[in-house]
Design a protein. Structure first.
Lengths: 221, 226
């Protein structure tokens, strides 16, 4: 009765590899939810973080906002929205976005603030426009930290997107929730292993993205 | 909304009772995590090669969904509070170890050399110099760990009503009383904000040499803590 035994029997069972409850389907669903949530959160967090970080204003308001968002219980929010608005994608997306915005927002702001002032001053002295300074001077330098914020948001989303299964949607959480109600530990452990593996793959993707996108001059320092 | 505080009797607790339960289930793990993280972090500071593998292991542990963690543990610890508290301890540990390591490492070499020159032994230097200087980073880690712990306790509802305020969510569904779900979410959020503010207060008390009202330094440490 150990966990490794459950893992091997889950993955060697052919029934887990095809059909609507197969691993490929569930993995794809999980990836879709996660990418949608990360995209929405980045759409909110990145521009706000970049602009406030550039002008160096609103840091305290941002911290308050992030603290408030982080305080909202993800699972409670899910159940509440289902009760108020009914089943669907909305009850899953709102908690996931609320979960992911604080790390993206705060890290982006801090990354922009940590850019050394001398290159920014030099760029301004050369007559660059503010938007160019932001996008072509500060953003490349701040990129490693910003990617770090996106990465921790992505890991949290992937682990938490399992709650979608509680409100009748798919994803890898299906195995965990179904396994819980069917007293089928093999399923639970298999689902958890898949989620952890997906998280590790995400780390690898971010590592590769950082290699590709961060300029060599910034990486060395 | 007029039955906001009317807690169904099957939960066997009043609203305040649930709050107490919730705080215990959320805060004891953070305390346990801190007690485990301090020696582990010190080990990582001492043995540099140990830090990257520890970071890898903690990242994998953090990626395990809380619900799956709970369900697997039922086999060993049953449907008890302990089953909720063990994963929360692990999550706290994961947040706290990097926070403490970064904090202790950020102590300048001159400061350490000065302490050694004054005749401080390694233990006394750690307790009286390194830890106090690392306090802002440690508190930043504690804030993240505490707030997420308070939020995650609610998931314990799924393993046989071990979720304290989260149990209200179950009753909200079976009795179709949305106000109980509102109660659960709002009370949990309020608890998180209160404990968070308390930790900021503790930091201000412990680091009288730092400017108290600066949100910027606070969030910078918080960003590195993650």
């Amino acid at each position: 009765m150990n966990v490794l035994h459950f893992v091997t029997s889950f993955f060697t069972d052919g029934a887990h590899w095809s059909g609507y409850d197969g691993i490929p389907t569930r993995l794809l669903e999980h990836l879709t939810y996660s990418l949608e949530a990360l995209g929405l959160a980045a759409l909110i967090g990145l521009p706000v973080g970049l602009v406030t970080g550039h002008y160096g204003k609103g840091g305290n308001a941002l911290t308050l906002l992030a603290t408030a968002a982080r305080a909202l219980p993800t699972f409670g929010l899910l159940v509440l929205i289902v009760m108020v608005a009914g089943f669907g994608m909305l009850p899953v997306m709102i908690p996931l976005v609320v979960l992911a915005v604080p790390p993206i927002l705060v890290t982006t702001y801090e990354a922009m603030r940590s850019v050394e002032p001398s290159p920014v001053d030099a760029a301004r002295g050369m007559g660059m426009r503010e938007s160019d300074i932001l996008l072509r001077v500060e953003l490349p330098v701040a990129l490693p930290l910003i990617l770090g914020g996106l990465r921790s948001a992505a890991i949290q989303i992937i682990s938490t997107a399992t709650i979608a299964a509680y409100v009748s949607l798919g994803g890898l959480g299906r195995y965990i929730v179904d396994g819980l109600y069917q007293h089928n530990y093999e399923k639970v452990v298999g689902g958890a292993t898949l989620v952890a593996a997906l998280a590790l793959a995400t780390l690898a993707v971010f590592w590769a993205a950082a290699r590709a996108a961060v300029s060599p001059g910034v990486r060395q320092t | 909304m007029n039955r906001f505080f009317d807690i169904p009797s099957d939960l066997q607790h009043s609203w305040l009772g649930l709050i107490g339960l919730h705080l215990r289930e959320a805060l004891l793990p953070v305390l346990g995590g801190l007690l485990l993280a301090l020696p582990l972090a010190q080990l990582c500071v001492r043995l540099r090669w140990l830090y990257p593998p520890v970071l890898w292991v903690t990242t994998v542990l953090y990626a395990i969904p809380s619900l799956a963690f709970f369900v697997v543990l039922i086999d060993y610890t049953g449907q008890t509070e302990l089953t909720v508290m063990i994963p929360l301890t692990v999550y706290s540990l994961v947040v706290l170890v990097p926070a403490i390591v970064d904090g202790v490492r950020s102590v300048p070499q001159e400061t350490l050399a000065a302490a050694t020159a004054m005749g401080f032994g390694p233990v006394r230097r750690y307790v009286q110099v390194q830890l106090p200087i690392a306090v802002p980073a440690i508190i930043a880690g504690l804030r993240v760990a505490t707030v997420s712990s308070i939020s995650l306790v609610s998931v314990g509802m799924l393993i046989g009503n071990q979720g304290a305020l989260g149990n209200l969510l179950h009753d909200a569904q079976i009795y179709n009383r949305p106000e109980l779900a509102w109660n659960s979410v709002l009370t949990t959020a309020a608890l998180a904000v209160l404990v968070d503010a308390l930790l900021v207060g503790v930091r201000v008390l412990l680091t009288p040499w730092m400017p108290s009202g600066s949100g910027a330094t606070r969030t910078r440490k918080e960003a590195t803590a993650r």
